[in-house]
Design a binder for this molecule. Sequence first.
Ligand code: ARG
Length: 249
Amino acid sequence: MRTRTTASLVAAIAAVIASAAPAHAIVGGTEAPATPWAVALTDANGQLFCGGALVAPDKVVTAAHCMAERLAITGRDRTPDGIRVVAGTGDLRTARPGARVAGIWKHPDFKDVSKGDDVAVLTLAEPLPLRTVPLVDADDTASYAPGVEATVLGWGRTAEGANPSPTLRQVRVPVEADADCARAVTGFRPDAMVCAGYPEGGRDACEGDSGGPMVVRGRLVGVVSYGKGCARPGEPGVYTRLASYRSRL
Ligand code: ARG
């Protein structure tokens, strides 16, 4: 009885350690090369809550849903004061406190992730001397063609229920056809969203990656928006289709 309890306790601890190991971060990804324009959004205490992309020295594109305080029962919005933009480093453990935010633009039609328009732009208090990522063109349809390989970056969970990653990770996922996505995702809006992932799952963004970049051929084409769980078979990741919002960004 005693040894059995010990054995199952050891097994349980091993399972917890295995599930939390950042061997496959984002989910099914690898360590990202230096990507100065990929930014982490933290609260004033340095706690990560989302990702973003530096598209101009003082502009960060992120998700509208990242502007809601996740734990606030009242569902209040974050204020510029409560956001720090950590840029120019892949390792959050050694990062200096992030840059301050002067203003927040949230898409005025945003209601919740399942309805689209999940995009926001932060204006920084001071411009950052870092390389920026170019935005997709408004008329670019090629970047959203089925099978196009997109790269997604972030510090989010490495599996459902695992911890966020202290270091920036990336994963490559193919863009899914809108018709396939519409079958998998209730309320899919092809004008506002794009899906990516493998039918069998295994590679995806996850909690904490929201707001972060989806890149095709060096251009920012999408923003991590949502998904049911992470990397599940038949459940693609849903991204904001930035080309549709280009005139407002
Ligand atoms: N909503 C999540 C966040 O706030 C990101 C979800 C992405 N999920 C996915 N399976 N692709 O961090």
